[in-house]
Every structure is written in C-alpha cells, then in structure tokens.
Design a protein. Structure first.
Length: 336
C-alpha cells in the first residue's frame, strides 16, 4: 500500500518553531517529527511514500531526498499554493490506483497501521477514519458512529459538542473517490470530502484506537510530545534508540555560557529556530553507542549528561559536547 504524508502546512499555531522550518520538520529529541512518521510506516512494512509539500518544501526534500537513506522510497507532490489537506491528492489523483493510507504530517503516534488497513478491507469501506477518545475535543472533528463503527455524523471543530471521539487525521481511502468527488483548488478532508461522503451515504467507517496519538499543532502539545518520549509514554520499536536507559555509566559536567548567547548556541545544536532552547533539554544518540542529554541551566549555562556502556566512553561523549558548546559560544561573538 502507498502512504501519503500531508506535510504542506505552514503551522502558524506552532510559531515560533515554524518560522524557519515546516511543521512536520520540528524536532523531537533532535529528530524531525516527519522522520518518526516515516520510521513508523517502515516498521510496519509500508515503504512506498508520497509526501505533499508547500511551505518551505526544500527543507523536507533536502533532508529526505528519495528516501533511500531511510530505507524507503519517497516521491513528492509539491503544491504551488496551499491546497488544504485533500487538494493535493485531488490534483494528483491519476497517481493513485490502489487504496491509500493518508497520514497527517503533525500526527505523533505509535498506531498499528496494519490493523487499520485490515479493518478498512474487512468493513468494505470506501474511507476509514482513525478516531480516538480525548478529554477535550475542542479544536478537533467530532465523530459519531453506529454500533457497527460506521460514521453517521461528523462535525468539524464545533463550538458545542456531544461525545469525545475525534478524528486523528489518519485515513485509508479508496482512490476512486478522488475521481467521483473531484474538486479543484483548496479541499479539506474534514470540511469538504467527509461531509460529501456522508451526504451520499457512502461506506465511511471509524477505527477507534487506544494507541498513543498527539496532534503536534501547538507549542503546548509539542512540549508534551517531547516529555512523553523521555518518559516512555509512547513505546514503539522505532523509538527505542532514544531511551537513556540501559547505559550503566554516566558522566555529568557543567559548561558555562553567557545568557545572551544561549538561545543561539541551543539553536545551533538543534539546527532549528532559536526559541526551541526554552524547552530546556535535548538528547543526542552517538553512532558508536551511548546517549547524551543536554539541559539548560538557567544560572550558569548547560548541564551535560552522557551515558555509555564504558566509563571512558561516557566521559569522552560529555567532553565532546562540552567543547562543542564552548566553541559555539565563542563563534557567537561574530554575530553580536
């Protein structure tokens, strides 16, 4: 099955993080959100991936290229202007001949995708939405289903609502719908296609999941996602390499850095917008083994924790990042 990742949005609600990178490229522990989605697809046997792009498209293309470095095949649908969540698919509908798995570019999840696909075929659905119960449905599309799981009512971001089952922005779609319900220009799944399908009494089903899922659409949700990874709340094979557990030796050092330089130093470490330094920490995985966590020390600079299988290895990692920060701080002089 071919997967489509919707990565063309500007992500205004996630500013300032999206001032220099598109929303799907904001990092979670030094790794772009979009890379987690690609790893999830690959881990479940889906390697043919199409990415829709628009805002700062070159950032995505230059990082992933054809996908070979990540063990997948990636092609791109670049939109000349924002076409909504579904407009790009309608525009390139001739490229899709088989059912499509559609993933929102700002979804952070460990969902078992093959279970969703099996459910879609078992129900003989024309479209399947992945839904999840949330404590506060405000800002989401609220779904109502019958006893068989068929979607009978859908309300996009209602001011008042009944129920707590919401649309996650993950779909399985029969590509024939792109011809039968064709629209030009900006088109959204939630406000256009899904209401059209329900009006025509199409077989639209909801797959309710208990898996971990966050919509990384706001600074608050972004912060919670990073905390969830560190706490192990989201547990999946493709995240296991980020754990700080299992390394017996740790070295802790403190590196001084003038307060006025810290935002730039932190931004250089993360290779993203300077505001990300306020999150307070980041984690790096060394290719030779070992992990390093760098934490913002409000008073003096940064605290570095390096863990590894050998004591000398953990010491070398900590010293390496310590020198890196010192050199970056010196280089900041040129920008003042």
């Amino acid at each position: 099955m071919k997967a489509v990742i919707l990565a063309g949005g500007e992500g205004r609600r996630l500013r300032p993080y999206t001032l220099t990178v598109p929303k799907p490229m904001v990092p979670i522990l030094n790794k772009p959100l979009l890379e987690y989605t690609i790893d999830l697809l690959k881990s479940q046997g889906i390697r043919d991936i199409v990415i829709t792009t628009c805002y700062k498209a070159d950032t995505i293309r230059s990082h992933f290229k054809d996908g070979s470095r990540h063990g997948v095949s990636i092609s791109y649908l670049e939109e000349p202007f924002p076409l909504g969540t579904a407009g790009g698919l309608f525009r390139a509908r001739v490229r899709f001949k088989e059912p499509i798995l559609v993933m929102s570019g700002d979804a952070f999840t460990d969902l078992k995708l093959q279970d969703v696909i099996s459910y879609h075929f078992r129900k003989k659905a024309r479209m399947t939405l992945v839904t999840k119960e949330v404590s506060n449905p405000a800002g989401y599309g609220v779904c109502h289903t019958d006893s068989m799981g068929r979607l009978i009512e859908f309300r996009e971001k209602p001011e008042n609502w009944i129920g707590d089952e919401v649309n996650t922005g993950i779909y399985v779609l029969d590509p024939i719908l792109l011809d039968e319900y064709h629209r030009e220009g900006k088109v959204d799944f939630s406000s256009d296609l899904i209401p059209d399908l329900l009006s025509s009494n199409e077989r639209v089903f909801a797959y309710r999941t208990n898996a971990y899922w966050r919509d990384i659409g706001s600074p608050d949700q972004y912060k919670h996602a990073r905390e969830d990874v560190m706490a192990g709340t989201i547990a999946a094979p493709f995240l296991s390499d980020l754990s700080m557990k299992g390394e017996p030796y740790m070295t802790r050092i403190r590196v001084s850095c003038p307060k006025r330089k810290k935002p730039i130093v932190f931004a250089k470490l993360m290779e993203t917008v300077p505001a990300f330094w306020s999150s307070g920490e980041m984690v790096f995985r060394d290719q030779g083994g070992g992990r390093t966590k760098i934490i913002n020390d409000p008073e003096r600079g940064f605290i570095i924790y390096s863990k590894a299988q050998r004591k000398q290895q953990s010491k070398k990692l900590a010293e390496y990042y310590g020198e890196k920060i010192k050199n970056m701080a010196k280089g900041v002089e040129a920008y003042e």
